[in-house]
Design a protein around this ligand. Structure first.
Ligand code: FMN
Length: 205
């Protein structure tokens, strides 16, 4: 079965390295992961006063995230932290209180930078938000992709063969298995609980 993955890219730049890496991850996984980019550039800034009558862009964004089986964050680091546009999307998706679209969704976090630290700061700030959002985040492999430049991609904007592509391929497989493990274990636990409930009911007849 193909799992539906919402990919949220933290860069609005047309030639974004992060977007190219996100597309490469989708390409690597083909039929196993049904990936769709969920755009965040049109989301009005989060304002709690609007929760009663939310802008249609917020509603659309929340619906797309809620419909996914998992979420993949692919983001640059801005000034050692989460780009504002991504933090806004996280805030929009997390509200109204108690109705977060992110709740319980398995997630992975990839940060991409031409710099050597590979967006470590942003990666862990997203991780910090994911803890509060109750998202089981894949722990390994960690993905701080440094030294990524336009030259890392071929003319079709796919990652060139080499260690970076190997790492991203490994990550894509691990994420597929992570999403599968979370959903399979939840289904088995629910089946087990239903089985126990049915048996208890029979014993009381
Ligand atoms: C406002 C701003 C702040 C940045 N801060 C960082 C930073 O803290 N760490 C880093 O590795 N790169 C930083 N960069 C460089 C980005 O990693 C680089 O521009 C990257 O290409 C952005 O990702 P994108 O190609 O997906 O748009 C920053 C870039 C901008 C525009």
């Amino acid at each position: 079965m193909a799992y539906k993955i919402a990919i949220i890219v933290g860069s609005l730049r047309e030639g974004s390295l992060n977007r190219k890496v996100a597309r490469s991850i989708c390409g690597i996984h083909g039929d196993d992961l049904d990936c769709a980019m969920v755009e965040i550039g049109d989301l009005p800034l989060y304002n709690q006063d609007l929760d009663g009558n939310p802008p249609e862009q917020w509603v659309r964004f929340r619906e797309k995230v809620a419909a996914a089986d998992g979420v993949l964050f692919v983001s640059p680091e801005y000034n050692r932290g989460i780009p504002g546009v991504l933090k806004n999307a996280i805030d929009v998706g997390s509200r109204p209180y108690g109705q977060s679209a992110f709740d319980k969704k398995p997630a992975a976090i990839v940060t991409v930078s031409p710099g050597s630290i590979g967006g470590f700061g942003a990666n862990h700030q997203i991780r910090q938000a994911a803890v509060f959002l109750n998202m089981p985040v894949m722990q390994q492999p960690e993905a701080y992709l440094g030294h990524v430049t336009d030259d890392s991609f071929d003319a079709s904007n796919c990652l060139k063969e080499g260690p970076l592509k190997d790492l991203v391929t490994n990550l894509a497989h691990a994420f597929r298995n992570w999403v599968d493990m979370i959903h399979t274990s939840r289904r088995l636990i629910a089946e087990d609980a239903a089985h126990v409930a049915a048996r208890n009911q029979q014993e009381h007849v």
